[in-house]
Design a binder for this molecule. Structure first.
Ligand code: AMP
Length: 481
């Protein structure tokens, strides 16, 4: 097949092409160019693609096309023709929104279904005719048990982000759902990775599938500028606050490992005068939706999220992602930074790394096959915080404190309460570029720079110069690699 460069050349029906034109997309993305004809033909598909590649339109458009080509005859309410399973509420809502967007010039009806909200409105909605159901597995099974949904008419099944569904322990639920579907159907499985578990699942679900794979965003695109700052866990909150304020960032998605960490960080940033909100699985659906809406429309500048809550969050032209902590699973780093640098716009992804995370950093760099550029923040040195008596910091810090004796600087910046509270240190000029003043020590270290906090000379020189010197031999070694 030639490389189709227009949506029209993919054979999509006219109402769908009109909807695509309305969105402003000019060309199909690689996953769309490959998946759309494949799905239109009716065969099964195993696709390696992650969020940010345009995969949602890659399956939604041809599914809508197939439904238009084969109109339903005498269907019952609550009996979908297409079932799309996704791991999270957010992704479910987003996929269904895509169905509505691309199907807006058609009469095709869709519905979203997830847990954590009252089931009754869903039961009411299932009393109406339905073509496409987008659901999370648990709530779908609740409905199946209550017989409020009838899956016996499903013609097309999509498992979206199947790797994440397995990670989240949905395999049993998926198997129960599969048992409720007709044997004869089309199956599409999308996954960021093809692990052994995914291969096994696909063998059980897919029938002689076509296989397509598109490159990971971060290897395919240079649009995401990846940097890391070496710091200490206990300093991260102040540092992040400082970076956001100093840089004038207005929309930044921050990842934490834990729900509690997300809450605490959002509280801290709010105390520092930033508009911040946390989003994670313990929040009510209403609170999550509110936070996300605020973030999208600019009322919330900093959205702090756990990996699972952030999965599926799709914000056009999100400029900044911060890894407050590195994820335990290297693939999650790729998912995280894939939130930015989408659809042709540039983005930045900054990781705050402490020495306990060096192993994770190594694993990530191995996965992405390149070093993450090391950056230092001018006007910020770990010493500035470290010099404060521990009890001052502890009031606002739920993390175990590293033993550090209060220490005085010789002069220059001295210790800066401004830095601690997130305010710009008075002695530092504000960055004019809209990004933090940084010094790159390029390359990366498999080790943290030797005691970076201790080596600061207190002369008012930036932490950058300090880090640069200590990292220089490793950098040379890396560049020579
Ligand atoms: P997805 O990978 O499905 O989460 O999509 C990622 C982002 O790409 C979404 O914001 C889509 O609106 C956008 N997108 C999808 N297809 C295209 C396209 N052909 N051209 C430009 N942007 C697109």
């Amino acid at each position: 097949m030639s490389n189709p460069n227009t949506f029209a050349s993919l054979g999509l029906a006219e109402p769908l092409l009109r909807a695509v034109t309305d969105t402003g997309y000019e060309h199909p993305t690689p996953i769309q160019a490959q998946a759309i004809p494949q799905v239109i033909q009716g065969g099964d598909l195993l696709a390696a693609a992650q969020t940010g590649t345009g995969k949602t339109a890659g399956f939604t458009l041809p599914i809508l096309h197939r439904l238009l080509q084969n109109p339903a005859k005498g269907r019952k309410p609550g009996q979908p023709r297409v079932l799309i399973l996704t791991p999270t509420r957010e992704l479910t809502a987003q996929v269904e929104e895509s169905v509505r967007t691309y199907g807006k010039h058609t009469a095709i009806r869709s519905m979203v279904m997830f847990g954590g909200v009252n089931i009754n409105p869903q039961i009411n909605a299932l009393r109406k005719p339905l073509d496409i159901l987008v659901a999370t597995p648990g709530r779908l099974l609740d409905h199946a048990h209550q017989k409020t949904v009838d899956l016996s008419g499903v013609e097309i099944l999509v498992l979206d982000e199947a790797d994440r569904m397995l990670d989240m322990g949905f395999i049993r639920d998926i198997r129960r759902i599969l048992a409720l579907l007709p044997k004869q159907r089309q199956n599409l499985l999308f996954s960021a990775t093809f692990s052994d578990e995914i291969r096994e699942l696909s063998r059980g679900v897919l029938n002689n599938p076509a296989e397509i794979s598109v490159a990971r965003r971060n290897t395919a695109s240079e649009l995401v500028k990846q940097t890391m700052v070496l710091t200490e866990q206990a300093h991260k909150r102040d540092l992040l606050s400082h970076i956001i304020r100093e840089s004038g960032w207005h929309q930044v998605l921050v990842f934490t490992r834990t729900k509690h960490g997300a809450n605490r960080l959002a509280e801290k940033l709010t105390k520092d005068g930033l508009s911040a909100a946390a989003i994670h699985g313990n929040k009510s659906q209403a609170a999550r939706t509110r936070a996300l809406a605020g973030f999208k429309d600019g009322k919330v500048a900093v959205l702090v999220a756990t990996d699972i809550a952030a999965r599926g969050i799709d914000i056009d032209q999100l400029p900044h992602v911060v890894n407050f902590e590195l994820p335990n699973v290297p693939e999650d780093y790729v998912h995280r930074i894939g939130r930015t640098g989408r659809a042709g716009s540039e983005g930045s992804a900054m990781s705050l790394v402490d020495r306990s995370e060096i192993k994770l950093l190594n694993a990530i760099e191995k996965l992405i096959k390149r070093p993450i550029e090391r950056t230092t923040i001018e006007g910020w040195s770990p010493d500035m915080v470290k010099a404060e008596p521990a009890h001052v910091r502890d009031a606002d810090d739920d993390r175990p404190h590293r033993s550090s004796q209060p220490r005085r600087h010789g002069g220059g910046t001295g210790r800066s309460n401004g830095a601690r509270s997130g305010a710009r240190p008075a002695s530092r000029p504000r960055s004019e570029s809209g990004s933090p003043r940084t010094g790159n020590s390029a390359g990366r270290s498999g080790q943290p720079a030797a005691k970076p906090a201790r080596s600061h000379n207190g002369s008012g020189q930036s932490a950058g110069s300090n880090h640069r010197s200590s990292a220089a031999p490793r950098r040379a070694a890396l560049l020579g690699k």
